[in-house]
Ligand binder design. Sequence first.
Ligand code: SF4
Ligand code: SF4
Length: 366
Amino acid sequence: MSALLDWIVAYLCRWLPRAAPTGLVPIGYPDEGAPVLVTANFSLTVARVRRALRGRSVWLLVANSSGINVWCAAAGGLLTHHRVIDAVKTSGLAERVGHRRLILPALSAPGVEVEPIREATGFRARFGPVSARDLPAYLDGGERKTEAMRRFDFGLAHRADMLLPMNLPVYALVALVLGVFWPQHLLGFTVLFWSAVAVLYAFVDVIPGRTGWGQALFSAMLVAGAWAGADALVRGNPLAHRGWLVATFVIFLAAGLDLAGTVSPRRSDSEVWIDRLGLGGFGGLFAERDLGTITLDEDRCRGCRSCFEICPVGVFGELGPDRKTTFRDRDACFSCHACVTQCPEEALSLATPPRAAHRRAVRSSG
Ligand code: SF4
Ligand code: SF4
């Protein structure tokens, strides 16, 4: 019962750091030949990896990520090869297994380099699938990834998973105020809020707009317009519910604040504003990233395919006739830095757009 409660709290509060114990965890009855999977010490992640591996015998090496999930921690410098090296050395892993192989979570690629791990520990690390639920198939398939295992699709399942925990804090805060001062509006707010969130999360791929706020504004205009139109027909007054029309805009814009970053590879408006308010270094998570264009120096590329293996959105294609990597969908790049970090030849870079370069120059000159 307490494990279930713990999971519910971890799920609903997934936007908060929540640390699980670090170290080596046996799952099933692993022997010295069992695979070693690495993960971050975010409690929800550890619980999900353990659940995905139920019935198997593997070692789970939980590295310190300050209680933050794999992707955010790796992007924010809180899950690095140094922390994986620490985990290997302090867990006694080398005495427990006869091989020297680690399987890293694919989304740790922006922050974890494999070569320093090999040099410091003798363990050869490779990146496994993006999603924990693919781990059994990955292990059964000889530790080879299918195309689907490489991708983070931001699909409906991901959005449904994020909908409740990412919006509950705003809902709870407003509901508390309404419940105390204007309880007669609580039900209407509840229906409007969760309907707005559901619409945005379900149709984020097709709602026009470049940013989450832009999409939220467009949606609010449609809903408010339809509502006003219905009131004009039925009541003869398009502003019969003027208070709720205003609330529609406020609620949609609140729901859109973190929309892009939560359910798409775009940067969320909240991240942009945190940067603009000069809080870029807060927690290491909102550090200003160089949202640039992925660029290949063909002379350096030697066709190792690391970039193809690690890109979560399929930017890279097959090798060209000269055995250099090629771009399959360059526009899909969202500057996660994974391929830049992993390219052993430093052949990839993210060209900084002029505005971001200017902003950084101004800051460093201060
Ligand atoms: S990781 Fe670097 S060297 Fe390897 S294929 Fe990609 S660009 Fe070329
Ligand atoms: S191409 Fe872009 S999205 Fe893909 S791994 Fe590189 S930086 Fe990330």
